[in-house]
Design a protein around this ligand. Sequence first.
Ligand code: PRX
Length: 641
Amino acid sequence: MPLYHPSEEFVSQANVSGMDAYRALYERARDDPEGFWAELAEEHLDWFKKWDRVLDSSQAPFYKWFVGGRTNMTHNCLDRHCKTWRKNKAAIIWEGEPGDQRMLTYRELARLVERFANVLKNRGYKAGDRAIIYMPMIPELPVAMLACARLGITHSVVFGGFSAEALKTRILDLDAGAVITADGGWRRGKIVPLKPAVDEALADCPGVRNVVVYKRAGNEVELVAGRDHWWHDLNAGADDSCPAEELDSEHPLYVLYTSGTTGKPKGIVHATGGYQLQVSMAMRWVFDIKEEDTYWCAADIGWVTGHSYIVYGPLLAGATTVMYEGAPDFPGPDRFWRIVDKYKVNVFYTSPTAVRAFIRSGVEHPEKHDLSSLRLLGSVGEPINPSAWEWYYNVIGGGRCPIVDTWWQTETGSIMISPLPGATPLKPGSGAFPLPGVAADVVDGDGASVAPGSEGYLVVRKPWPSMFRTLWGDPDRFRQTYWSQIPGVYLVGDAARKDKDGYIWVLGRVDDVMNVSGHRLSTAELESSLVRHPSVAEAAVVGIPDELTGQAVAAFVTPKQGVEAGDDLAAELRGWVAKEIGKFARPKQIRFSDALPKTRSGKIMRRLLREIVTTQKVSGDITTLEDLSVIDRLAAGQSED
Ligand code: PRX
């Protein structure tokens, strides 16, 4: 396999220049992690009060970082820059799908954040409260997040593609007191309403006292008197200045829900101090961020990528971050390249699914635009297949831009494994090496490192500053799921291989979590949604390989007695899943059968189902199967989306 070396020109200007520089950082962190992180925390962040201890492991795995320190995320994202010439630098360059645009300087962003923080304060919210944010990709989304962070209100952003039902589950789990939303947003030329889903969810959430609605799309909405308010009305009466709360380093900044192996999503809790440090360092090391860069992460803020690398990371770095509201293919498949050209984007970060969609739509679209401003490309969310990597490298990067294939998770908060663009020779498809301070390894079931070339479980052996602290309301599940299978070691849930040169290749999940377009979906969550439908007796869900989205959802459904199985029921079930979870979770394939393959002890044999959907037959061991004839019946009859 060819190695792609960074050009001398790139190396000479890089924040981490050459492999020796990477190794020196890595070894320094390995030999004295606390000293390493403490030095960086002093150099790169402001603290109202310095910490007493860098790391407290006494309650492991409930680690604490920068214990006793006091800080505020928005002080480091905004106030710090506003004291310098950066007050007039563009913080956010935003483009709406219809083509409208806004640019917010650091000072202007700070003003909006402080004003909205006062809105929340005036409504009685304070540090320790929780707010749900359910908004389109408009600047008011980061404004709302930052306003919460300024006061110490723990925010939870719910992706706008989630349904009312999913929204309700999150509001209730978090016992949130406020919802910040919008009338709607733009997607593929149409208005996607959001407020009606909030209304539906709130019918069962008496704890929500206030709903603030930003007017974005102009669609008709109903405001419930006493509970719902227009953002602009509340803003009009609020003051422009609101000091940042001096919060404990461990104060929970946000909770973000993600799918696990049960039907109940996990509330991943991130703290303030350690998170801001590691996210800042990734901007420097991985994105090689420079003062003059225009940086664009094309993710959605509803997922962790957007939290860390559209909002917090770039603003901590004092960078200019681009934000785009809508679909990548609207009004045409060249929208992204138009944006790159228009704003002269230098650093561009997207997902392998997006790259595969670009490949499918054809080189003529990027070729129509001048992409010569690009100097660095990134990938995240799923393994990138080498052919997609090469296309991205050659067609988008013009053969001159290193690609950082960044491996991380909602749980890790920040990038953990990635090439450093001015140091690491690249192997297409590999995330290369752990970042300094990250003790990643590939191990067997007992926690012993596997030999080069062998597959094993990806783990992290030591705590890291941006690690999640617990699962909201469920510390036992936190300990059980992540820290108990190999005691004291963080079990990631991915399989990986380390090659003879030490490069890490992440292969995919080892649990019942699917990765569809880089979004995590739980088989159990989908199954429990399907069996709640009145026509369904039983359901099993597996992930199948998909050329575009990496994996797709295949559902096996046993209808109740007397229910007619067919395309109508399949369409209804797809609509049901869209309503219960969100449109993005709809099964691609639905197969009906009068029984599912089970072991004699009643466990569904997912391995067989996976084989059926990928090869249409079963060759593996079926000796534990209860009813052999089920297999033939299952292989027949499917309904494609
Ligand atoms: O399986 C890995 C995959 O995405 C999972 C994390 O998903 P989520 O928490 O939604 O966060 C996605 C964005 C950070 C991981 O367990 N994954 C993420 N990045 C990569 C990846 N798999 C391979 N290569 C990557 N670069």
